[in-house]
Design a binder for this molecule. Structure first.
Ligand code: HEC
Length: 123
């Protein structure tokens, strides 16, 4: 069994490579699902469960909530999107005081999944 050490070494190397990738993947997935919870709790009543701006609470607003599935909106960078959410005009709540830094990023990660069209993000 002369080749055994080589095989083990190869497996160990593969394991290290996998470990390098795994946490990153699951972190993204975790961010997305945290973001979804925030969205459903804080945004869906106005922007609608699917982000189309058709939430129940918004039925009698003069201004319709922005369609968050709009691919054009999603070409904004994360930073710009977060600024737009934090400084949106009324009747948007004052999210600047309501969302922690990590929650803002989780939210944006989720918002990007609402838009079905894959678009390039401007940085
Ligand atoms: C009380 C209802 C309400 C809630 C809750 C709400 N929105 Fe809005 N939102 C609106 C309305 C109405 C507009 C359109 C305002 C306008 O264009 O004058 C808007 C606009 C926006 C815009 C566009 C801002 C811009 O720059 O034009 C974004 C992005 C947005 N909302 C995201 C969110 C997110 C994310 C949440 C949850 C964290 C949320 N909204 C919660 C009603 C709401």
């Amino acid at each position: 069994m002369k080749s055994a050490p080589v095989v083990w070494a190869a497996m160990a190397a593969a394991g290290i490579v996998c470990l390098g990738f795994l946490p990153k993947e699951s972190r993204a997935e975790e961010q997305r699902s945290q973001g979804k919870e925030i969205y459903l709790a804080q945004c869906a009543m106005c922007h609608g469960e699917n982000g189309r701006g058709d939430g129940r609470a918004a039925l009698d607003f003069r201004t319709r909530p922005t369609d968050l599935t709009d691919p054009e909106l999603m070409t904004d960078s994360d930073g710009t999107l977060i600024r737009r959410i934090l400084h949106a005009p009324r009747p948007m709540p004052k999210f600047k005081d309501l969302l922690e830094e990590t929650e803002r990023h989780e939210l944006v990660t989720y918002l990007r999944t609402l838009s079905k069209t894959q678009v390039g993000v401007r940085r």
